[in-house]
Ligand binder design. Structure first.
Ligand SMILES: Nc1nc2c(ncn2[C@@H]2O[C@H](COP(=O)(O)OP(=O)(O)OP(=O)(O)O)[C@@H](O)[C@H]2O)c(=O)[nH]1
Ligand SMILES: [Mg+2]
Length: 214
């Protein structure tokens, strides 16, 4: 892409995300998924990593996606439509790696998430969110392997960048980028964001629009 094309994409992305964004439905089981009519971008990551907060920040809505201080807030696949007419959908997913939830519940979410990521035809891209303070955990690596095997391209997105020192952030980002290079379906370039401070959001919006139009 030329710099002009990049700028145009970024402007368009900004306009889209600040326009119509609407909650569509919440699917507690696969049989409740919406018809696969539009391209989709899914947000996954460990419990409490900031998936719902990032969706709110990207769309400039305070609480279109439900957030909480209690991990395990999002328990279904939540679909949001972007654009007028709809151009694509965002999918807010339940978090993984949440040790305190009852095992049966965790198993149910895990199955829902895995089956969705493996078999969803309109899924264009998955955002794998990683807490800036913690870097990659084994549960993230498991998720990355699932996506590699399903050949679903994904972007690694560091969240809560406002919570650590710049020098630490640089170190974590380098480590995550290094590991990303070993995963065939991972984008080599990682994203650094803060839903709280609005950091990295313009770039991520543009990247997502690029992904759904790809
Ligand atoms: N400082 C800071 N806090 C954040 C940021 N993003 C999210 N948080 C906080 O982290 C907590 C969890 O955020 P959520 O968006 O609910 O996380 P989630 O990944 O959707 O969680 P589950 O749905 O439980 O898996 C909330 O208390 C948020 O306010 C950020 O960029 N900066
Ligand atoms: Mg959530």
């Amino acid at each position: 892409m030329t710099p002009e094309e990049e700028k145009q994409l970024a402007d368009e992305a900004k306009r889209l995300f600040s326009g119509r964004v609407e909650f569509l439905l919440s699917a507690p089981q696969l049989k409740f998924l919406p018809e696969p009519d539009f391209p989709e971008v899914a947000f996954c990551g460990r419990s409490n990593v900031g998936k719902s907060s990032l969706i709110n920040a990207l769309t400039g809505r305070r609480s279109i996606a439900r957030t909480s201080v209690t991990p395990g807030r999002t328990q279904e696949l939540n679909f949001f439509e972007v654009g007028e007419p709809t151009e694509f959908r965002l999918v807010d997913m339940p978090g993984y790696g949440f040790a305190k939830a009852p095992l049966k519940v965790v198993e149910k979410w895990r199955k829902l998430v895995r089956t969705f990521l493996r078999g969803r035809v309109p899924l264009r891209r998955t955002m794998v969110l990683v807490d800036s303070r913690h870097g990659l955990k084994d549960s993230d690596r498991d998720m990355m392997t699932i996506l590699d095997e399903a050949a679903v391209g994904y972007r690694l997105v560091l969240t809560k960048a406002d919570k650590i020192k710049a020098s630490e952030l640089e170190k974590v980002a380098a480590l995550v980028a290094q590991e990303a290079r070993k995963h065939p379906a991972a984008f080599p370039q990682i994203h650094i964001t803060s839903a709280e401070k609005g950091m990295g959001l313009d770039e991520l919006r543009a990247a997502m629009l690029f992904d759904v139009r790809d």
